[in-house]
Design a protein around this ligand. Structure first.
Ligand code: F0G
Length: 463
């Protein structure tokens, strides 16, 4: 059969509250036209993020009941440890409450705390915001080294998450002493959830060996990356995705993981460090700020859910459905004439908002206009990744439709496609925004906006 179905049945449901367009317009006004300020009950399809928003399996819920809440040495911790060892081949494993806690500890044990890292530079294909912020907080520079094709949203290529090896080599050649460690993010969230090939990871490993550098993975979406490798890197197509995932980890000296993505849980994280001395220091820091090394700021039941989630995520039926669902969303809206980052990534489809509403100049935030338009028209919540979020650092004006794992069915996705395409037909009606209130940092979370009034002479369709 050619139809790829959801490889699960639904046993427990969460009702969606239906709202009208008039109601949503009012909510949007009350929220200062900022979707982070909208009550989730007023959202029909929530594609704000794929992080911590997925559905757990019946096995995971059974694990939640089995969770043992002993402060030290809980059986749940040992089940978690065993699952992580089986997945990664690493034995030095710490649980943390989420990805950024792992990042903070990693940066502190290698670079130091406070502004100590002046002159240091940490390369990555592209640092996720929290990784960048933690590195910069230490005084070091977070450097992105994507290839030219990885930086071109319209260009479809198989592994747009790959590290630019020439630039990495040049950096290590010129200033090896300034590089405390190298990172690679799989998949690469910043440019559209794009995968990194195993060949590229192996080449990064060789460079790290040549210059005696530690290599860490930001492995939030390691299973989606492994699936892309199986599909697109021909020599691996007959291997099980579990073995490919393990190969990824085998190349690294450790990893930071947010379990809220491919851990298939609502909260949790992992820090892996092979080096025993660094690992011991990380454990001490964990105790200082998160919790004892056998629970790391989580409940025992969370460790059970992670142990099961990290195993389930590598079921090939699941990954086939998962990656296809996102690809299907991308295909349908692209076929309707909407420009997206090509090809669709593992966890999200990114719409080119500047192309969607060419009549809105960048300083009037086309991404904000599109995201608000999708909410108002269809109750679909998305996330602006452009001039609002990144200010003058934004190269592109994108809107991300992130798909939570195992949560929405194909008809939900079809509904989203319909909303996007109907809005596309009426894109001329979208107006730009101006910011009327903003905090000092991370303004996208709390800023308030107002639509820019369009003079009648500008000839709006409904003026
Ligand atoms: N690394 C990557 C690649 C991420 O995408 C995220 C989170 C993190 C690290 C941090 O993990 O949230 O558990 O502390 N990404 C979410 C998103 C927030 O919406 O893309 P965390």
């Amino acid at each position: 059969m050619k139809t790829i179905i959801e490889p699960f049945r639904i046993k427990s449901v969460e009702p969606i509250r239906m709202t009208t367009e008039a109601e949503r317009s009012e909510r949007l006004r009350d929220a200062g036209h900022n979707l982070f300020r909208i009550h989730a009950d007023d959202v029909i399809i929530d594609l704000l993020t794929d992080s911590g928003t997925g559905a757990m399996s019946s096995e995971q819920w059974a694990g939640i009941m089995r969770g043992n809440e002993s402060y030290a040495g809980a059986p749940s911790y040992y089940r978690f440890l065993e699952a992580m060892e089986a997945l990664t081949g690493m034995t030095n494993v710490l649980p943390t409450h989420q990805g950024r806690a792992s990042e903070r500890i990693l940066v502190e044990v290698i670079i130091g705390s406070g502004d100590t890292g002046r002159g240091l530079v940490v390369p990555n294909n592209a640092h996720f915001d929290t990784t960048r912020a933690n590195i910069e907080h230490s005084g070091a520079v977070a450097l992105d080294l994507l290839t030219p094709e990885g930086r071109d949203p319209a260009r479809a290529a198989l592994f747009k998450g790959n590290v630019d090896l020439e630039r990495l080599e040049a950096l290590l050649d010129e200033r090896a002493d300034d590089v405390p460690f190298v990172m690679v993010t799989i998949t690469c969230n910043n440019n559209g959830g794009q995968p990194v090939s195993l060949e590229n990871l192996q080449a990064v490993r060789s460079l790290c060996d040549r210059y005696d550098k530690l290599l860490f993975l930001d492995a939030c979406r390691f299973a989606e990356n492994a699936w892309f490798i199986k599909q697109r890197e021909i020599v691996h197509q007959s291997r099980h995705v579990r073995d490919i995932a393990r190969d990824q980890f085998a190349l690294a000296d450790g990893a930071t993981i947010s379990a809220k993505k491919d851990g298939l849980v609502n909260i949790g994280g992992v820090l892996l460090i092979r080096d025993d001395t660094l690992f011991e220091r990380a454990g001490n820091l964990l105790i200082l700020t998160e919790g004892f090394v056998t629970y790391g700021g989580l409940a025992g039941r969370d460790l059970e859910a992670m142990a099961i989630g990290f195993e389930e995520v590598l079921h090939e039926d699941y990954l086939r459905y998962r990656i296809r669902a996102v690809e299907y969303l991308g295909e349908k809206i692209a076929a309707g004439g909407v420009a997206i980052v090509q090809p669709p990534g593992g966890h999200a489809v990114y719409i080119d908002a500047a192309d969607f509403c060419p009549h809105i100049p960048r300083h009037e935030f086309p991404g904000q206009a599109l995201a608000c338009g999708l909410y108002e028209l269809g109750g679909v919540r998305s996330c602006e990744i452009g001039s609002v979020m990144l200010g003058e650092h934004a190269d592109t004006e994108l809107v991300r439709l992130a798909v939570p794992r195992r949560t929405y069915t194909k008809s939900h996705i079809d509904y989203v496609v319909e909303v996007v395409l109907e809005l596309k037909a009426r894109a001329q009606e979208l107006r730009g925004y101006r910011i009327v209130e903003e905090p000092e940092a991370l303004r996208h979370f709390t800023a308030r906006f107002e639509p820019v009034e369009v003079p009648i002479a500008a000839g709006r369709a409904d003026a």
